[in-house]
Design a protein around this ligand. Structure first.
Ligand code: ADP
Ligand code: MG
Length: 202
């Protein structure tokens, strides 16, 4: 399940925030963090924020309160909770991969949020991709401008992003049972990044 997927990604060198998965009514000991994010997980909660299943910026003493609120609102749809460390604000991108019946493994890159949903500003390549392919993918979208530090967004290491695109392709190719990967979003900083939402379909 989800824990396996998160472990697979963190073992593959992808940086994810500290986390804890808790079943409803299970006792738990929270890890230390400045702020937390509380997410309700379940088969019926695929698009979590649309369902009101994500609460960001939660103080330690409010984590259980927020879990209870989610449970009251979403009821039996909640199969587990994912408590994550709250990542700093940054530039959100998405990286996805999919097994295409005709073409094989395909990787997708784009800026997060309205760039993807409204403008469909994404680029696609067949796996495997070289570092140069991955740079091209970035440059084909508006991301190249944003990652250069447009209007106050931090300047981002393009190499770090390109390597992440390559890595997602590699994970896809090493795991033939995976049909789809969705890192949405990965939050980028001038140094480093955090993959805060990982969805895997097997
Ligand atoms: P979904 O895509 O299923 O709606 P996400 O896990 O992507 O749910 O959470 C929704 C949004 O909340 C993300 O796009 C991101 O902006 C923010 N978010 C999620 N997890 C974190 C986190 N650990 N730290 C900071 N922001 C987060
Ligand atoms: Mg998401």
């Amino acid at each position: 399940m989800l824990k396996e997927d998160l472990d697979l990604f963190s073992k593959s060198g992808i940086k994810i925030p500290n986390y804890l998965i808790i079943k409803p009514n299970e006792e738990f000991k929270l890890f230390n963090a400045k702020k937390y994010v509380v997410k309700a997980l379940g088969e019926k909660l695929l698009h979590k924020s649309d369902m009101g299943a994500v609460k960001v910026n939660v103080e330690r003493e409010d984590v259980e309160v927020e879990m209870r609120k989610l449970r009251n609102r979403l009821g039996k749809n909640v199969e587990a909770f994912l408590i994550q460390e709250m990542a700093e604000k940054g530039t959100e991108i998405i990286i996805g991969a999919k097994k295409d019946a005709q073409f094989g493994d395909v990787v997708l890159f784009g800026l997060g949020g309205i760039h993807v949903e409204l403008y469909k500003d994404v680029s696609l390549r067949l796996c495997p991709v070289t570092l140069d392919d991955a740079y091209e993918m970035i440059d084909e979208t508006k991301a190249s401008v944003i990652l250069n530090g447009f209007r106050g967004s931090p300047q981002i290491d393009r190499r770090m992003v390109a390597q992440l695109i390559m890595k997602v392709c590699q994970i896809m190719q090493k795991n033939p049972d995976i049909k789809e990967i969705d890192l949405n979003p990965v939050i980028l900083y001038s140094r480093g990044y955090s993959a805060v939402d990982i969805r895997v379909i097997r």
